[in-house]
Ligand binder design. Structure first.
Ligand code: NAP
Length: 287
């Protein structure tokens, strides 16, 4: 398959390495600046991705699959690649956090061509073209013909793929984890800052707000979701850095709206108060 990866940072780099390991694909890395090379270090291997680099849509030509791995706030820029890459109707897999994969791209691509993907992958970009994967990756994809076709691209790579009939629950479950990641960005400390009793209590309350809004949106989230989020963070390496904290440290824009703002916005729609998430948005916007 000819596969374009739009946005080759941490996740785009990790996905390109998975596709390289799967083998048999022609990869095109779509970036804003020239990319001299892409090396992905994982605990098991160092993968040098063999790919063509394009910095303008017209350099790329039509492909069989488009994978978007930009930050959520760069959706408009990512969509500028679609007319050239998708000239023959290629589907678009949106590998981003949040719960609004479809809304973000609805103006640019028909619903039948869009595949939301939820990814768990502890990964950091250490420099342009250098990515460090710190652990196992899992992707959740809808159990549909398009989802199965996307999953098949990764056959032979180590990523675990879960096909699910309920992407709403998958996306909101991940948002419960991501919503608390804001505490790391606010404290400017890696994951272990969430392990203390006081921070754990705050994290639980943030998740409760998120879960209440998620349930109103149709997600099936039980009362143990908060504890599962805390357990998730306790399993991560103590010095792991989530992408919100990585962005704050690097002075980049943060995905505050997609991770906490959305809880406030959708909470308002359902009349559910979300004071903690509202405070997080205000504080992160202020810094
Ligand atoms: N990192 C993680 O551990 C992790 C885990 C799970 C999910 N996620 C989610 O995955 C998504 C991607 O996150 P990330 O951490 O990989 O972000 P990232 O490291 O900042 O990478 C995003 C890349 O997109 C590029 N980009 C932006 N606009 C573009 C455009 N118009 N054309 C081409 N490239 C463009 C950026 O280019 P520049 O280099 O020019 O800025 C950057 O290289 C986010 O939604 C994030 O929340 C991340």
């Amino acid at each position: 398959m000819r596969i374009a990866v739009v946005g080759v940072g941490a996740i785009g780099g990790a996905l390109a390495a998975m596709l390289e390991t799967a083998g048999g694909h022609e990869l095109i890395l779509c970036t804003r600046r020239p990319l001299q090379q892409l090396t992905v270090n994982s605990p098991d291997a160092v993968i040098r991705v063999q790919a063509r680099n394009a910095t303008q849509p017209e350099q790329a030509g039509p492909v069989d699959w488009i994978i978007v791995a930009t930050k959520t706030y760069d959706a408009e820029g990512a969509a500028r690649w679609f007319p050239a890459l998708g000239a023959t109707g290629a589907p678009v897999a949106v590998v981003q956090n949040g719960v609004e994969h479809r809304e973000r791209f609805s103006r640019h691509i028909s619903a039948g061509r869009l595949l939301p993907v939820i990814i768990e992958c502890p990964v950091e970009r250490t420099a342009d073209g250098n990515v460090r994967v710190r652990g196992a990756a899992t992707m959740q994809i809808e159990d549909s013909a398009l989802g199965c076709a996307f999953a098949a691209l990764f056959t032979g790579s180590p990523v675990a793929i879960r096909l699910t009939p309920d992407m709403t629950t998958a996306a909101w479950s991940k948002l419960c984890i991501n919503s608390t990641g804001a505490l790391c960005a606010l404290a400017q400390k890696p994951t272990s800052v969430l392990w203390g009793d006081a921070m754990s209590r705050v994290a639980l309350a943030i998740v409760e707000e998120c879960a209440a809004v998620g349930r109103a949106e149709g997600a099936r989230l039980d009362d143990a979701i908060g504890q599962r989020v805390l357990d998730h963070y306790r399993r991560l390496p103590p010095d792991s850095v989530n992408s919100l904290l990585a962005d704050r440290r690097a002075g980049r824009r943060m995905e505050t709206d997609a991770r906490n703002g959305v809880i406030v916005r959708k909470g308002e729609k359902h009349g559910i108060p979300t004071p903690l998430n509202r405070m997080i948005v205000a504080l992160l916007d202020a810094v």
